[in-house]
Write a protein that binds this ligand. Structure first.
Ligand code: AQP
Length: 339
């Protein structure tokens, strides 16, 4: 008897250079998860159109993102890796789900409220796409009968919305969609900006010193960590408490990921150290970790024919899987099948 594995879907928008936040919040888990789940790893290129940025080479950014997926250990023999715009079913289901989503619910989305206020690096307009992108995200997830979605904490509300939309559709047409659950880790699910540790670290931050990019050179990493905001507690103490010590806690979460050590273990090891000594350890470990990741990244990035092969195979497999669900949805809606 073949026992099917639970389905897992995850995606990153190629909306700029990937950050250590994207890695810690989601991508670091992907290689392990692919052993126990049927994984769909999507490059959400259509999502990155929602906020139009100056100076972004989308094609390059898509291939960069794919190369990082591979460098993080995603294996195309175990997982389906694809580009969202290559699987037309996403935008087709998107339209249907638009018609089953509540305007008032979308108005509550905190990411929309936050992003519409960011101006400097963007063309100063709020697109309809930015407003309804959570519905495209719901389509991405529901098309594969997804059970689990590993995400950073900022995306939790969008998964709840996805469940609401699926529930509403199911209540009318029967149990068509699986209801997805978010997978959110206790630590690292919201890596904060280095200079403003109360704000999420984001690829599109105007201040690059707020962000560790996965492709940062070693000198920049050392400088950025050295300048990271901590606190003025006397005597200085290194321990984890996100409310009282957001800067130190953020650095601890980063250190924990790159050393693969529990925060409780690190707190004991670092007890009594000066903040400057602690920062040296963080930048040293981070540099070693990112240097290795970057080496692997460049091996893939320099082989575009291999990347194109993966893109083609991934799209073919994802189209096959998603068409089944889309056809069922169209059938339930009473649309005439196209032969
Ligand atoms: N700072 C973060 N800490 C933990 N997880 C994070 N994620 C993003 N930033 C952090 C998670 O990474 C996944 C992919 O994110 P995305 O690129 O699709 O969208 P985003 O959340 O809008 O990411 P950014 O970096 O903030 O991009 P921009 O600046 O373009 O909006 C998601 O699971 C996300 O939670």
């Amino acid at each position: 008897m073949i026992v099917s594995k639970p389905v897992l879907f995850s995606a990153v928008q190629p909306s700029g250079n990937l950050t250590i936040g994207n890695y810690i919040g989601t991508m670091r888990h992907w290689s392990i998860l692919q052993n126990n789940y049927d994984c769909f790893y999507c490059i959400a290129d259509l999502h990155s159109l929602t906020v139009q940025k100056k100076n972004i080479d989308l094609k390059k950014s898509i291939l960069d993102t794919l190369s990082f997926y591979l460098a993080c250990g995603v294996d195309p023999k175990k997982s389906i890796i694809f580009i969202q715009s290559h699987v037309y079913q996403h935008t087709q289901l998107n339209w249907v789900l638009n018609c089953f989503s509540q305007f008032s619910e979308l108005l509550r989305m905190t990411q929309f409220k936050a992003k519409r206020n960011i101006k400097n690096n963007y063309i100063k307009k709020t697109s309809v796409g930015l407003f309804n992108y959570p519905i495209l995200m719901a389509s991405d997830i529901l098309l594969y009968q997804t059970n689990f979605v590993p995400v950073g904490r900022d995306q939790k509300q969008h998964i709840e919305l996805t469940r609401d939309i699926a529930n509403y559709f199911n209540s009318i047409y029967g149990n068509i969609f699986e209801l997805p659950e978010p997978l959110i880790n206790q630590y690292g699910s919201k890596i904060m900006s280095l200079l403003e540790p109360n704000k999420k670290m984001s690829k599109s931050d105007n201040n690059q010193n707020n962000v560790i990019f996965l492709l940062d050179d070693m000198n920049s990493i050392i400088l950025k960590i050295k300048n990271a905001v901590t606190d003025s507690q006397i005597p200085a103490k290194i321990y984890y408490n996100k409310e009282q010590k957001p800067g130190i806690s953020n650095l601890l979460e980063i250190l924990s990921t790159v050393t693969n050590k529990e925060i409780s273990v690190l707190s004991k090891e670092l007890d009594g150290m000066l903040y400057s000594e602690f920062k040296n350890i963080v930048s040293d470990c981070l540099c070693k970790f990112l240097f290795k990741l970057q080496q692997s990244y460049y091996c893939y990035r320099n082989d575009e024919s291999y990347l194109n092969k993966i893109i083609l195979e991934g799209a073919t497999q994802a189209q096959l899987k998603s068409q089944k669900v889309l056809s069922e949805v169209y059938y339930k809606l009473g649309l005439v099948p196209f032969f």
